[in-house]
Design a protein. Sequence first.
Length: 650
Amino acid sequence: MATTEHPAPSRLRSWMLEGLSDMGKGGGPVGPHAEPEPPHRGQPWYRVMCLTGVDYFSTLGYQPGIAALAAGLLSPVATIVLVLVTLVGALPVYRRVAEESPHGEGSIAMLERLLSFWQGKLFVLTLLGFAATDFLITITLSAADASTHLVENPHLTGVLHGRQMLITLVLVALLGAVFLKGFLEAVGVAVALVGVYLTLNVVVVIVGLWHVVTAGHVVTDWSSALTAEHGNVLAMVGVALLVFPKLALGLSGFETGVAVMPHVKGDPGDTEEHPAGRIRDTKKLLTAAALIMSVFLIATSFVTTLLIPEKDFESGGPANGRALAYLAHDYLGGVFGTVYDVSTIAILWFAGASAMAGLLNLMPRYLPRYGMAPHWARAVRPMVIVFTLIGFLVTWIFDADVDAQGGAYATGVLVLISSAAIAVTIAARKAGQRGWTIGFAVISAVFLYVTVANVIERPDGVKIGACFIAGIILVSLLSRLARAFELRVTSVQLDAMAERFIRDIASRKIRFIANEPDQRDQAEYRDKIEQICADNDIPGEDFVFVEVTVLDPSEFEASLTVRGEVLHGRYRVLTLESSSIPNALAALLLHVRDVTGRTPHIYFEWTEGSPFHHFLRFFLFGQGEVAPVTREVLREAEPDRARRPRVHTG
């Protein structure tokens, strides 16, 4: 609220913190990677679908190989189960998320609205840990698979053999360097990449199906081997249900589909409050993407399982992490195969870029607003460096292995989908929609089962997620402690009566009394004035009472609305609602000083008890020993003692 002189920052610091002061709706950052309303008028939904597609469709680069490793000959059947869960479970959930969160905030924001107080914040921090796992593993997994396509290219195998780790690290570093320079997701680039990539995959699938049809023994050999291994159809379906969690990578992309909603054009009559056209077209986007991916998942799983020997899928095999590229080289020649490799590498790298943009959008949306991140976390470049270094660490831990990272990626994806399913179940229940509530509850149970099964089978994901969660919570609490006495009020608005009170007392000494409202009867205010006058040895003055009601003490930043009222015909009272009593009082005093040009005084009564206990009450519940904390907030906000409002206690 006050202005002070600061030394000019260095060029490096200015470059690193560029865009730090740009703020958007709700106090969020408007850097180049945030997701507020885009400056353009939007794009048709089918073009925006390609932004989702760079994440969703790019999984074809490794999904068929992972499915073959997980399910073996049963891979096509297990993939059909995956498609059914996608269309019957994930798709309805995220169509509802699009209705409930039409500005791209996603399921985490839904749960944040549905759950308040500290338990809501801690739940969001936990989900952020898994979201960070999802996005970061997208970066490292995509880079690792891109390097696999590069190393295993027949023309480069001899030159690059054994250098997959180095190439992956270079790709991650290149991604970080591009974001340090400044990167904007381009719908046009995504459309081109997705269009070329899907076209090449159509060619590979058609050629693969042609070879399956013309070589009749392929189908009979597969069918015979499948029957010998699993017996009857019921046994096959049962095994497919058991191995399905390992294929959960094929569910990725839905959260991104909601995140890109602000780019969808919608209808001319759409408003911020009711973007009906955008919601309708986003549902089309989600449905079209799910249907396209479902067809590709089944077709690619079928042709790769029937045409590629099982041993070639194993780690170190020529089809490991690049099953479709293997077919492209084998059946369409080196030139087409190399073009396919280049297209796959490009879309995988762009998927990593999309994930980095998602991280840079997600973390600043929540942590700084909660007061749970350093101030520099609002800037893009420091966060890029942090995420790039973590990407190096994850790549090193997993030895740039695509298969090893699959479980961690699936865990992040499944936790987010499960949270979305729970969020829409709660939303449907609050809306009184019994049928949808039951349906979404069943879907939630299915995804929770799949998540638990995946964690038990492959605990790497939950271990990494737990590390992110622990790190986020630890840094968040330390940051909240460090910023405990920071002035958190973004603006102060006075209603007409409150402005009148301030005008009335501006011509003389401005005196406020901080009062904790109880019965609010005449005796309460009379006794309070007498007590303040006796404690501070001052005559009866023209006081204005200030009363603060704490709403959600877990909130950090918010605007402040001040309302004035006259009680019992004589006592003027300013009422405020805030997450912290000391912060609200400090913001009001600074505002009054600025609009009147006079130094206000405020009077408190001491609160009995342990200082440590009172600090915990302040930190967790926004109350505690108000007088010294108010003074400390004022001291940090206004270093000039001569201009600082006066705090009196007695």
